[in-house]
Unconditional design. Structure first.
Length: 341
């Protein structure tokens, strides 16, 4: 399967009138700037809706199924899956191995305290290093800003002091993801775009992708992917199906299970974090529904609900306002999850 088979929502146990109502609802929400919504159930594309709207770097765009969109930090989901692939191939023998064992070129930054950072801590964003991406992007101490402006982003990610014992405190960090990509490069000899193409994209029939690069020309593993909405849904379906695609096992089921299992509590305790996945839940008609998500600035979302064999992709242009944090979740809860039954 390279392109999506389609089905009417009713054929997979969903109600088309509820899904379709999202279009009129968005028309009535002042300032709503969602660009694309796709819903896949039981491996069938059952709903797509695209809207024209302003995008940060490209002006007003007529979005559609063949138009690539910035994924921002949803890219982190892809990086986490690729680490699982490398582990399955034996390139990464153990997640408990020290980070600096894989980055000898930065041994000058290895202190007795930082030597306790393991690969697992990068996957769960609990490395313990001082890092803050909640600051305004104009603040020179914003971690993401520092990465993008740095001539050596890996040194920038490793230099901060250790504030917490590794593994004890969750702190969102694109630096952790960039370090994982550097580990992947050192064990495979491939940059992340090349590794992703061979290990993930080509098997799924994904050919139309772009990567935004750092100043040194290296593709950003933490937020650089641009991809079509239906193609991102393929990655979600791979996860929902436990690493299987088109009858073949491409990623270990055990890695998918670990990735979607709570590994650490987040600071607000409303969500948990797996291996580069946000883990949350919704209460729909008295029923608790667990979901996992890749979350990117602007309203980019990849929701997977394995218990319902459900994938939901949402893209948007809310890069500078609070809508990006709540509007996609309203779409999931009010229209997609209530469309069952």
């Amino acid at each position: 399967m390279t392109e999506w088979p389609t089905a009417a929502p009713e054929a997979v146990g969903m109600r088309s009138e509820i899904l379709s109502a999202v279009a009129d609802w968005l028309d009535g929400v002042a300032g709503a700037n969602l660009h694309g919504i796709a819903v896949v159930r039981n491996g069938k594309m059952v709903f797509q809706h695209y809207r024209s709207g302003p995008d940060e770097r490209f002006g007003t765009v007529t979005h559609g199924p063949d138009v690539k969109h910035d994924l921002r930090s949803v890219t982190k989901v892809v990086t986490g899956l690729l680490i699982g692939d490398a582990a399955a191939r034996g390139l990464i023998p153990d997640l408990e191995m020290p980070l600096f064992d894989f980055l000898p070129e930065y041994s000058d930054l290895r202190t007795p305290e930082k030597a306790r950072i393991r690969l697992r801590h990068l996957l769960t964003m609990s490395a313990g290093l001082e890092w803050d991406e909640n600051l305004p992007i104009t603040d020179p101490m914003n971690g993401e800003r520092r990465l993008w402006l740095s001539e050596d982003r890996l040194r920038t990610a490793l230099e901060p002091r250790l504030l917490w014992e590794p593994g004890s405190v969750w702190a969102y960090s694109g630096g952790c993801t960039e370090l994982l990509a550097a580990v992947l490069r050192n064990v495979s000899g491939k940059t992340i775009d090349a590794y992703a193409r061979n290990a993930l994209f080509e098997p799924l029939g994904i050919t139309d992708v772009e990567w935004t690069c750092h100043r040194d020309g290296t593709p950003s593993a933490s937020g650089g992917l641009r991809m079509r909405v239906p193609d991102l849904a393929k990655i979600g379906q791979l996860v929902v199906d436990g690493g299987r695609w088109n009858g073949a096992q491409w990623l270990p089921a055990a890695w998918i299970e670990q990735s979607l299992t709570p590994q650490i509590g987040m600071d607000d305790r409303l969500f948990f974090y797996g291996f580069h996945w946000w883990l949350g839940r919704s209460l729909i008609d008295g029923r608790e529904i667990a979901w996992a998500a890749g979350i990117g600035l602007g309203g980019q979302r990849l929701f997977v609900v394995p218990a319902l064999s459900l994938v939901v992709v949402i893209t948007g242009g809310h890069y500078t306002d609070a809508m990006q944090s709540w509007l996609p979740l309203v779409v999931l809860n009010r229209f997609v999850l209530t469309a069952f039954g």
